[in-house]
Design a protein around this ligand. Structure first.
Ligand code: DGL
Length: 261
């Protein structure tokens, strides 16, 4: 079984890519909905949550765990790997490397939560993989919560998104990295704003390819999807069709609440 977790619904964008690439794998998706969003929490809090959830997924029999959250990866993937040394763990980091490689203008931008935006891990990623381009990092507070509420097509949000993106586009960014897994679900709002000027970059497919490489025996199962949430598991289940993932909703074997301290 492969465990995939996030603060809430965002990781479903990564889960969908994994389920697509490994249709027979049994999947366990854990959403820490009692504590979403992570993006405005401090590192110590996020680390405690990641270690508790990661340990739980390993105890449930997950032989591969995907931290489907840029914020949790930045704050705690190293600590999680230390906690369970033999367990393959895949983190999700903003696609700075592919964006830098694809940029023709020499300028890219990263949209992320406040926590990821100020993280040392993102600074290191940029230093390592984007030294030859200019990188603007833009924190987008409230965007993950917007996805959680499923109010995706509110005209007020399109205006807010335009205000974040306009200066980045005006500065010449031609690659806009979606550095939070929730933002994949905002594509219908973001795409018309960036239109022909920039590409939106997200790493869900690359993460799925990494899972295919590491899955081993976990690739073979009944293709079931179990859902766990620290609050409102029924909302998590209902979000699948609401986010256009009906095909994934049909694989759900159950949804339960687990208050993980
Ligand atoms: N989906 C998460 C990420 O990729 C976290 C969003 C949040 O909880 O603030 O960063």
């Amino acid at each position: 079984m492969i465990g995939v977790f996030d603060s809430g619904l965002g990781g479903l964008s990564v889960l969908a890519a994994i389920a697509n690439a490994l249709p027979q794998a049994d999947l366990l998706y854990f959403a820490d909905t009692a504590h979403v969003p992570y993006g405005d929490k401090d590192d110590a809090f996020i680390r405690r949550r990641v270690l508790a959830i990661g340990q739980h997924l390993a105890d449930q029999g997950c032989v591969l765990v995907v931290v489907a959250c840029n914020t949790a990866t930045a704050a705690a993937v190293a600590a999680f790997r230390e906690l369970i040394p033999g367990l393959p763990v895949v983190g999700v980091e903003p696609g700075v490397k592919p964006a830098a490689a694809a940029s023709r203008s020499g300028r890219i931008a990263v949209l992320a939560t406040a926590s990821t935006a100020r993280s040392q891990r993102l600074a290191n990623l940029i230093r390592q993989h984007a030294a030859t381009v200019q990188v603007d990092v833009e924190a987008c507070p409230g965007w993950a919560t917007r996805v959680e509420t499923l109010h995706l097509d509110d005209p007020g949000f399109a205006e807010e998104a335009r205000q974040h993106l306009a200066p980045l586009l005006a500065a010449g960014a031609d690659q806009i990295v979606l550095g939070c897994t929730h933002y994949a679900f905002l594509r219908p709002v973001l795409e018309p704003i960036v239109a022909n000027r920039a590409a939106l970059v997200d790493v869900a497919e690359a993460v799925a390819r990494q899972c295919v490489r590491l899955a081993g025996a976990a690739a073979v199962g009944d293709g079931r999807l179990a859902l766990l949430a620290t609050a409102q598991p029924e909302r998590l289940q209902a979000a699948l069709p609401a986010l256009g993932l009906d095909w994934l909703a049909r694989r759900v074997s159950g949804a339960a609440r687990l208050a993980l301290a």
